[in-house]
Design a protein around this ligand. Structure first.
Ligand code: KG4
Ligand code: ZN
Length: 348
């Protein structure tokens, strides 16, 4: 089965074509990726310090058709070869989601194909299956993106149990907000991680929220406030020496990254222990973070579990994960696919 996937939930337009043949034959899942196109709107939103929903919707409209053409050319297929169309149903920005769903539904009506609405997080959750070493079910997924921070037990396709989640900011949101405090551009996750490499360990004693809360929930807003307090303290000193300013930012970035990584790693280990699972999957944009990856790898070696990552380019939003999740769902019986042309998005 050949499935077209459309992702437009936030600030990336993603289109991809996935063929389930290798998966059904027990071969590596990534072999089914036949074509893909991705456009990031980050540069467009940067001046505003965050995603502007109306601009996002308009840009998705501009990009989605050319990206479809690109995916088709890459795959060597024609529209007539496609069997179903998957699109991100939510969560995300309502206007942005409407572009993807309207596009998917219209194309499907024209081609007389079924559509399938995919939960954006299911896309992230299953993307590590597209890696070189795919995890075995059941596994624990640490889902850390700009909008979500969750620990899930994944027992199979469609079998997800929420074990814990953030009570306030998402991990990516904490990265982005802290980056802003340190004068970095939006989205600051990758930049703060790079800055932290130049910072010294343990200069600032930042909180590690809910580290010992006993449950698997998270909270990051206090950490961001602690960073803000350090920034205010430093500003009160009116330091003008550039090297000192740079070192301060790097040290603070380092303490911030270390605090957040400590909490994410500790809770992931707790989830593994609690469920008896031996496989951990890291998914979502923050999954691209190298400090987090290094810390998890170290713990995995020491404590006898395996960590699986999606290919780096599939960590942030993309069309492949939606095509893949949609395709796997299409293979099961009660998959929720429909030939109805009504749009049904679920922003929340
Ligand atoms: O999954 P994603 O592309 O979009 C959402 O669904 O939210 O995640 C985007 C988030 C942003 O907050 C971004 O700052 C963060 O992922 N991110 C990172 C890194 N790369 C992206 N955070 C920390 N370190 C990184 N290297
Ligand atoms: Zn995402």
């Amino acid at each position: 089965m050949i499935v077209l996937g459309i992702e437009t939930s936030c600030d990336e337009t993603g289109v991809a074509i996935y063929d389930t043949t290798p998966w059904e034959a027990g071969k590596p899942a990534f072999l089914g990726i036949l074509g893909q196109g991705l456009h990031s709107q980050i540069a467009m939103h940067r001046d505003y310090g965050g995603v502007v929903p109306e601009l996002a919707s308009r840009d998705h409209i501009r990009r989605v058709l050319p990206l479809l053409d690109q995916s088709l050319v890459q795959s060597g297929l024609k529209l007539g070869n496609i069997d179903a169309i998957a699109y991100t149903q939510g969560p995300g920005l309502a206007g942005a989601l409407l572009v993807g769903s309207a596009f998917a539904k219209s194309l499907a009506q024209g081609l007389n194909l079924p559509t399938i609405g995919v939960h954006h997080l299911e896309g992230h959750l299953l993307s590590p299956l597209l890696g070189q070493t795919a995890p075995q079910f059941p596994f624990i997924a640490l889902l850390v993106s700009g909008g979500h921070t969750q620990l899930m037990k994944v027992s199979g396709i469609g079998q997800y149990e929420l074990l814990g989640e953030t009570l306030d900011d998402a991990a990516g949101e904490a990265f982005d907000k802290t980056a802003k405090l340190l004068g970095l551009d939006y989205p600051g996750g990758a930049a703060i991680s790079k800055l932290a490499e130049k910072g010294r360990v343990g200069i600032f004693d930042l909180p590690k929220p809910m580290l010992h809360s006993g449950d698997l929930d998270f909270s990051f807003s206090g950490l961001k406030t602690a960073v803000l307090n350090q920034v205010k303290k430093f500003e009160a000193r009116s330091v003008t020496e550039p090297t000192e300013v740079v070192q301060f930012h790097a040290d603070l970035a380092r303490s911030f990254v270390d605090a957040i990584v400590t909490v994410l790693v500790s809770k992931s280990e707790k989830a593994l222990k609690q469920t008896g699972c031996k496989h951990l999957v890291l998914a979502g944009g923050v999954g691209a973070n190298l400090q987090l990856r290094n810390a998890l790898n170290e713990k995995a070696m020491k404590n006898g579990f395996e960590v699986h990552y999606p290919p780096l380019e599939l960590c942030t939003d993309n069309g492949v994960m939606i095509a893949f999740a949609g395709a796997l769902r299409m293979l099961s019986k009660n998959n929720g696919s429909t030939t109805s042309g009504a749009f049904d998005i679920k922003p929340r």
